[in-house]
Design a protein around this ligand. Sequence first.
Ligand SMILES: Cc1cc2nc3c(=O)[nH]c(=O)nc-3n(C[C@H](O)[C@H](O)[C@H](O)COP(=O)(O)OP(=O)(O)OC[C@H]3O[C@@H](n4cnc5c(N)ncnc54)[C@H](O)[C@@H]3O)c2cc1C
Length: 386
Amino acid sequence: MDLTYTEEEREFRARLREWLGKTLPELPARPSPDDWPGRRAHDLGWQRRLYEAGYAGLHWPVDAGGRGATPTQHLIFLEETERAGAPYVGANFVGLLHAGPTIAAEGTAEQRARWLPPVLRGDEVWCQGFSEPDAGSDLAALRTKAVRDGDEYVITGSKIWTSHAEVADWCELLVRTDPGAPKHRGISWLAMPMDAPGVTVRPLRTLAGSTEFAEMFLDGVRVPVGNRVGAENDGWRVTMVTLSFERGTAFVGEVVACRRTLAALARTARANGRWDDPVLRRRLGRLHGEFGALWRLTQWNVSESTRSGGVPGTGGSVFKLRYSHARQELYDAAAEVLGAAGGALSLDEEWTLDRLSSLSYTIAAGTSQIQQNIVAERILGLPKGR
Ligand SMILES: Cc1cc2nc3c(=O)[nH]c(=O)nc-3n(C[C@H](O)[C@H](O)[C@H](O)COP(=O)(O)OP(=O)(O)OC[C@H]3O[C@@H](n4cnc5c(N)ncnc54)[C@H](O)[C@@H]3O)c2cc1C
């Protein structure tokens, strides 16, 4: 195996670096955290620039509107955009990182043509309507029902923790289409327009004060049958595809960001004297090793998913499990380093918000306990618990 970069890859990196150097200073300032319409416009604006420069959907298949780039080019893209401090995908998280890839893998040619180009162009935002008040970890217990009426499904029920619902145009929605079937067999995966009559979104406020997610109430919402991705009642299999993207590859860009944060933290600790504490030094050193290992795991997952036709496998649970805990440890260490700079609450707003939001990482996209169950049962082959 050749572990060095080819001439073409080096050129790709140089061109991207040059483009980032020119483009990033032209970007408008980031809107305040609770200005959701402003954040939507900002995130879509960044996506549009990527699209126009040929960097949108870099690793997506060409017949899904992507560039068909190699895994190495994709990783170079992640490294360079993070190194340059480029904006995060933000409101485009679901569309770009798991609904879009699911449609690319499972949708018909017509569905791909309808939904993927607007995601890549930065025209449309997606959200995820999976969880319900009584169906989180046990997602297959979902009860939102879809009853067929001619060419449409009529949907009634409620969803919860729907991130970015307020600013979304589309929702990847799980519904029960056969209430009589065993719970994993009666589910379908639909694309629901968020402006359909009968959709009500009620924002929820997090402990950080943000309304990033919402409750969603669906009252007789009509969705064309043609918006179903995959066969009727085969939605659980499609859901596994979505979740493997969500856990396996959606967070990979963040690992690079965490490594940058850790380096900044070490510099701050040297400057403010906290570096003299050997326990803290050991902690930062261990995190350095941890994020290095996570980056290697990322590279492995990305190339593995390319080999298996673009869909990551259950290995994503290993990554998600370890990454979410490492992220929490990173922000705990940040509080220790920055707290010494001027009192216990000297963190600036961004650090505070990042630290608070890191708490949600071991819950979102499936809790750590659920990932441990998956690793135990499906990877290690241990017996199922009762
Ligand atoms: C920041 C954030 C964003 C989110 N965004 C979305 C979104 O956009 N769309 C969406 O649909 N959902 C979203 N979610 C919801 C998320 O998927 C659920 O919160 C998660 O799956 C857990 O479900 P729950 O909250 O109902 O907890 P529960 O399932 O009630 O779990 C409660 C506790 O019991 C444990 N537990 C449950 N079952 C088992 C078991 N079998 N073995 C061991 N332990 C178990 C869990 O690990 C947890 O500690 C988001 C969550 C967060 C935190």
